[in-house]
Write a protein that binds this ligand. Structure first.
Ligand SMILES: [Zn+2]
Length: 544
């Protein structure tokens, strides 16, 4: 009887019966998946990952894969540059672009994965594509302490929808250590993002070391105290500060680059500058004194646009910024710059007359004055080989020639900019502000700025407005979520806000609309949550 039971068990269970299966339907969902679940390749301990010898970039990506596999499954794989032996192969394959104007951000992330009886082949036209392939393979693996993984035979062909796939982080209102930034970048890499927009300066703290203006980091980074809650009028009495040395910024750039993420630094100007005014009060219209701001909101005190030293100051800051950050795009903010001080400042008014600005019924003279500053900054950055991005307020005084617009107050700014043939990144507040609550019953959620942007809302965002003509649509580079940190002070809260709304935006950025389905996404999210548990990263468990 026992013998019978034993043999029938053997008959019932195919050889891979004990192995958990991989599932290629990861987040963001790849474009094309074919899988034959009746046949599998069995991945086991000691198997090898091969990379082409003499290519250290691919060797590094192969080693990432080795680390991911052991982290996710406990299986210990080895690296080899001997391609004949390896069961997993990373290989470059030269390929022509389908169309001449296919953006780098799309082409560079293309890849194919093939799983068959001899093993797994990851193939891409670029090193970056291989990195994206590794992320997909990693996410498809079951999570646990496993003896083997069964990978169904099949093929994945994938490429992202948008060239620009960004995430923003505010390091001014609260300061994040380099270690936390690295975990943040790991999450971006996991989701196929290729742009990290780093908000480094604001009224409440200056976080970027400028060597020739050391006061910015030393005094501009520290506020004496912080208001409790939502501008309650009660303060905590605790000094708060922190800044990144240039070497630390370079380390962030290096870490991001290894994960094929570009770091776009933002120096918000000419508003959001009270921390700088604290150190250089002579650059304000009233002369100060200005404390590093201790409350939340938008300060009326901005850089004086009539003082020639203002532009000199900005050039010094941006010059050093560009020596640290290689990004072609530099964010110059431009949002929420109240014109109250400029209207009553003799220097600002004299400058308006000097420039011969007149109200044209569409753009006020003060808004045009801001454009004049943007213009000077843009030409300076051009001389350093860089282009500018600004928040959509930069439209108000007329756009400077090469500006890319980040549309945040809805999509209208983006529509307007695309019609003027400017590049656009869509990040409208109603869909993409992930500092808002993500659960409706928020009495038990950590304090937030307010609002309600659940994952389903972010997921439903369509970055290309129907109103645009076909040719205008090509100016929409992609989408981004923004994580402002007035109310977020600790890493577990930061990642709770980020995840799973990062998952949601990643399918907006990567997956074509025909393939998107929120219910299906929610099913796939279960596996992603197991991975977050494994990685010990916090996330919001309620998905609305
Ligand atoms: Zn002024």
């Amino acid at each position: 009887m026992l013998r019978f039971l034993f043999s029938s068990l053997l008959l019932c269970l195919p050889l891979f019966g004990f192995a958990q299966k991989a599932d290629y339907r990861v987040i963001p969902l790849p474009r094309q998946i074919t899988a034959d679940t009746t046949q599998v390749f069995l991945l086991t301990d000691g198997m090898e990952i091969g990379y082409p010898s003499g290519n250290p970039e691919i060797e590094r990506t192969a080693d990432f894969l080795r680390q991911y596999v052991i982290e996710t499954t406990g299986l210990n794989l080895k690296l080899t540059s001997d391609s004949r032996r390896a069961q997993i192969m990373l290989t470059l394959k030269s390929e022509k672009r389908e169309s001449a104007d296919m953006a780098d951000g799309i082409f560079n992330s293309k890849y194919t994965i093939r799983i068959g009886k001899n093993g797994i082949v990851l193939e891409a036209p670029t090193e970056e594509g291989l990195f994206r392939a590794v992320q997909t393979l990693r996410k498809s693996l079951p999570v646990g302490k496993l003896r083997s993984v069964a990978l169904p035979f099949g093929e994945i062909n994938d490429q992202p929808r948008f060239a620009y796939r960004g995430v923003h982080l505010d390091s001014s209102r609260h300061f994040w250590t380099v270690e936390t930034i690295k975990t943040f970048l790991d999450m971006l890499a996991l989701h196929g993002c290729n742009q990290f927009h780093w908000h480094l300066t604001d009224d409440q703290g200056w976080r970027f070391e400028v060597k020739s203006l050391p006061g910015l980091a030393e005094q501009g980074s520290v506020r004496e105290q912080t208001v409790i809650g939502r501008n309650s009028g009660v303060f905590d009495g605790q000094p708060y500060g922190g800044y990144y040395t240039q070497d630390e910024c370079r380390e962030v750039v290096r870490y991001a680059a290894e994960r094929y993420i570009n770091v776009i630094p933002e120096i918000d100007l000419p508003g959001h500058m009270q921390a700088a005014l604290h150190v250089y009060p002579e650059l304000g219209c009233t002369g100060g004194p200005y404390p590093v701001w201790q409350v939340w909101g938008v300060s009326d005190d901005v850089l004086c646009a009539g003082n020639p030293s203002t532009v000199e100051f900005l050039k010094t800051v941006l010059g050093e910024l560009c020596s640290v950050f290689p990004s072609k795009l530099i964010h110059i903010g431009g949002d929420e710059c109240p014109k109250k001080r400029w209207k009553s400042c003799p220097k600002c008014q004299a400058r308006i007359r000097e420039l011969g600005l007149t109200d044209d019924g569409q753009h006020s003279v003060e808004n045009q004055l801001q454009t004049a500053i943007n213009h000077e900054i843009e030409s300076y950055l051009k001389s350093l080989g860089r282009d500018i991005i600004g928040w959509d307020e930069v439209l108000e005084g007329g756009l400077t020639e090469g500006a890319t617009v980040m549309s945040w107050r809805g999509i209208q700014g983006g529509i307007e900019a695309a019609r003027q043939h400017h590049h656009v990144i869509m990040t409208p507040v109603d869909y993409c502000y992930i500092d808002y609550y993500q659960v409706k019953e928020n009495w038990n959620a950590p304090l937030s700025i307010g609002g309600y942007v659940p994952a389903s809302k972010t997921y439903s965002f369509e970055p290309v407005p129907k109103e645009l003509k076909a040719e205008e649509k090509t100016y929409i580079l992609g989408a981004q979520v923004n994580l402002w940190c007035e109310y977020i002070a600790y890493p577990p809260h930061l990642f709770y806000m980020l995840l799973p709304r990062l998952d949601a935006i990643s399918e907006v950025q990567w997956t074509v609309p025909e393939q998107k389905d929120f219910n299906d996404f929610k099913q796939r999210l279960r596996h992603q949550f197991r991975l977050y548990d494994r990685l010990n990263v916090n996330y919001c468990k309620t998905v609305e």
